[in-house]
Design a protein around this ligand. Structure first.
Ligand code: HGY
Ligand code: MN
Ligand code: MN
Length: 451
């Protein structure tokens, strides 16, 4: 993440024509505190109250949540969020992938402006990842209602299904279905309870056979905007309230199995072992070496390691582990994966332990649309908020939305850059700032887009 700092550009110089609500006191100093120069439209206290309530679904004793996509906690949270949408006057529908849409009519026959995020979490996650963008989108609708503002474009709030993808190892599931890139064979994957993804879709009231109908045709959406916490420390360190995302990394997931031979740990001499964990351990280091072997901001992680049979006095016979690679350049991810496979082949030879890997998921990287980015900058400026252009090292549903609509993302700071942790925190004023920039971005896009 530190490397990201090198790529940052402070972008305050170029102003587009002023907005109707804009103030002349727009932020001039990217490092200064937010100068709120014009009245905010969203209500921070109301938004916070809904975020705090959402955090009760799947809450862990340590304060964070485990609200996996396709779980009882997620189901209950979805009901709560659908209730908030209806209370805000939205017409709610759920698509065959379980994505929730809340519709508000426009005054002209135009495609909808779509905005939202996700409410599922990683295991032992926090209360801001996804939640902020989801509930801010609903707050934007409430604020428009408060101010009796009608838009030309219809507005649609979206809550995507199973963004984190821990369950069934398929990240950005719902938005992949919307982009038409979902490999439908994932519907047959089975979880620890013996249920398939298709079974869970049925529990969510959907017919898995209809999954292809979740696809959104290019042109059917005027633009997609997602507000999200940064999940890194760039904004927090620089004390800048708003990030304007330039692009989102591509993410590849693989599952690998090292197959050795389980045997007595006391009687098998050291030179006669086929230790699956030793091979897998070398593989973990090989991933790091391959990722570091080329210059750039790419990252690679082994986050899961399961060892069998798992006893102090048995040589491990099987080790199953994950590999994750990320970069803004998909080709680079694939090149590094090729290098890793060569290294694994060498380790297999050295340890006499075959290592076999299967591709589980690949989320293509995506660039934000220049007009949407500029609109977000203008929205931030009009609210008196300094901003920074930056890449996203985390994956988001927005990267799928970019396949069917011009896409942009708004980031708000994550304290100390901590995320996917119960310690994840975004100060409440920063949450409000993000929601206000979303509000203003939507209204500006409504003015600027004629399709
Ligand atoms: O894993 C990710 O990057 C995201 O938070 N889903
Ligand atoms: Mn996440
Ligand atoms: Mn997220």
């Amino acid at each position: 993440m530190r490397a990201f700092l090198l790529a940052l550009a402070v972008c305050l110089a170029t102003a587009l024509p002023a907005l109707s609500q804009s103030s002349s006191a727009a932020a001039k100093n990217a490092h200064g505190p937010a100068q709120v120069s014009s009245a905010f439209h969203v209500q921070g206290a109301r938004l916070r109250q809904t975020l705090e309530h959402l955090s009760t679904f799947g809450r862990n004793p340590d304060g964070g949540v485990t609200r996996l996509g396709f779980s009882a906690a997620d189901m209950a949270a979805r009901q709560y969020v659908m209730g908030l949408m209806r209370d805000a006057g939205l017409t709610v529908r759920v698509d065959p992938a379980g994505n929730i849409f809340g519709y508000r009519a426009g005054t002209e026959k135009l495609p909808a402006l779509l905005f939202g995020s996700h409410i599922d979490s990683v295991p032992h996650g926090g209360n801001f990842d996804g939640d902020v963008g989801s509930l801010s989108a609903i707050e934007v609708i409430r604020a428009l209602n408060d101010h009796k503002i009608k838009t030309r474009h219809p507005l649609e709030v979206v809550i995507w299904t199973n963004e984190e993808g821990f369950h069934f190892r398929v990240g950005v599931f719902g938005s992949s279905a919307a982009a038409g890139t979902l490999d439908s064979s994932v519907l047959n994957r089975r979880d620890d309870q013996g249920l398939t993804l298709a079974d869970w879709l049925r529990k969510y009231g959907q017919n898995p056979a209809d999954i292809a109908k979740a696809k959104i045709a290019p042109g059917a959406v005027a633009a997609y905007v997602e507000l999200h916490i940064e999940q890194g420390a760039v904004l927090d360190r620089a004390k800048i309230p708003i990030g304007v995302v330039e692009g989102i990394v591509g993410i590849g997931w693989w599952n690998c199995v090292a197959t050795g031979f389980a045997n007595h740990a006391g009687t098998t001499p050291m030179d006669q072992r086929r230790d699956a964990l030793v091979a897998a351990s070398k593989a973990v280091l090989a991933v790091r070496q391959a990722v570091r072997a080329v210059p750039g901001r790419q990252v690679g992680t082994v986050g899961i390691m399961k060892v069998e049979p798992g006893a102090p006095n048995i040589i491990p016979g099987r080790a199953e582990f994950s590999v994750e690679l990320r970069d803004l350049d998909a080709a680079k991810v694939h090149r590094i994966w090729s290098d890793i496979q060569k290294r694994f082949a060498q380790i297999s030879k050295e340890e006499n332990v075959p290592i076999e890997c299967k591709a589980l998921d690949f989320d293509e990287p995506a660039k934000a649309n220049p007009l949407v980015q500029q609109t977000i900058r203008d929205a931030a400026r009009s609210a008196g908020l300094a901003y920074l252009d930056m890449p996203s090292g985390a994956g988001h549903d927005a990267q799928n939305a970019a396949r069917f609509a011009p896409m942009g993302m708004i980031f708000v700071p994550s304290r100390n850059g901590i995320s996917h942790s119960p310690l994840e925190f975004t100060p409440w004023p920063d949450v409000t700032n993000g929601a206000e920039v979303l509000y203003r971005s939507i209204l500006l896009l409504d003015q600027r887009l004629n399709h």
